[in-house]
Design a protein. Structure first.
Length: 272
């Protein structure tokens, strides 16, 4: 059984045992830090857990963890099981940023948490979408392309010239990159079905008519190093990013396809 981490106000309140680890916190906590369970008993809130994760995770893992907190899916306790869909994300990039900024500058991990958050986008609907998007948004030093003008679940209205090609009034992009007007889509297994394939073809025709570039990534491309590099090069060139002097993301980017299981992250906190 894993020991439970507990936050206490002073050294005198510490009671350590095999099943309990106590940590002293002497600073004031910002709003939304704790969730009340009972009289005198509180659970660390999402934003506080997210901040404390910066103490133990490296920056790449931290970015992935923040993506998951802001996503529409939940990783299972058992790694052999599939992820679960959520009706809404646990938190948002805005809430995380506001919370981190509300902490004193001297808090260890604050700068790291804020730096990681620059690469995070909310609205991912699967670990594969997260891996695909991370490869594009993370900074070059971590193996990404460092594209900042990317948004997920971007909605585009069908313009007058393309209305005769579809019954839709709008199209939703998995990931939209403003530079190069790129629609980056993760093609899951359902896209191979005959009906979905026809819908996808109509969608492509409409977007091409409206002047968008379409980049499609499937599971095979995510896990094939050469194919993945070519897709990343395409996105870079569409965005006007020179890759000749950026070889590192060619080696590191496939790591973005490995969804890290973060459900083991402690909900209690350590002392800063």
């Amino acid at each position: 059984m894993r020991a439970l981490d507990v936050l206490v106000p002073s050294e005198g309140n510490k009671r350590n045992s095999d099943s309990l680890r106590c940590h002293v916190w002497r600073l004031d906590l910002p709003a939304r830090s704790l969730i009340k369970l009972d009289s005198g008993v509180y659970l660390a809130g999402i934003e506080l857990c997210a901040f404390q994760a910066a103490r133990t995770m490296d920056e790449y893992e931290l970015i992935e963890y923040y993506f998951e907190l802001c996503s529409f899916y939940s990783m299972p306790e058992d790694p052999a099981e599939d992820y679960r869909e959520l009706k809404e994300p646990r938190t948002t990039v805005r809430k995380l940023k506001d919370y981190f900024l509300s902490l004193p500058d001297a808090c260890r991990g604050r700068s790291k948490a804020l730096r990681a958050l620059r690469s995070v986008r909310e609205g991912s609907r699967s670990p594969m979408e997260t891996g695909m998007t991370m490869a594009i948004t993370v900074r070059v030093g971590l193996g990404g392309i460092q594209v900042r003008d990317l948004s997920m679940n971007h909605r585009v209205a069908i313009d007058e010239e393309a209305r005769g090609l579809t019954r839709r009034k709008e199209i939703i992009f998995d990931a939209y990159i403003k530079r190069g007007r790129q629609d980056v889509e993760y093609q899951g297994a359902r896209h191979n079905e005959e009906l979905q394939s026809a819908i996808d073809n109509e969608r492509r025709h409409v977007l091409q008519k409206m002047g968008y570039k379409i980049v499609e990534i499937d599971k095979q491309r995510l896990f094939d190093r050469g194919a993945f590099q070519r897709v990343m090069r395409t996105i870079s060139e569409n965005a006007g990013i020179r890759t000749g002097n950026r070889p590192r993301w060619f080696r590191r980017a496939p790591r973005a396809t490995q969804a890290v299981h973060h459900s083991q992250v402690e909900t209690a906190v350590d002392a800063m």
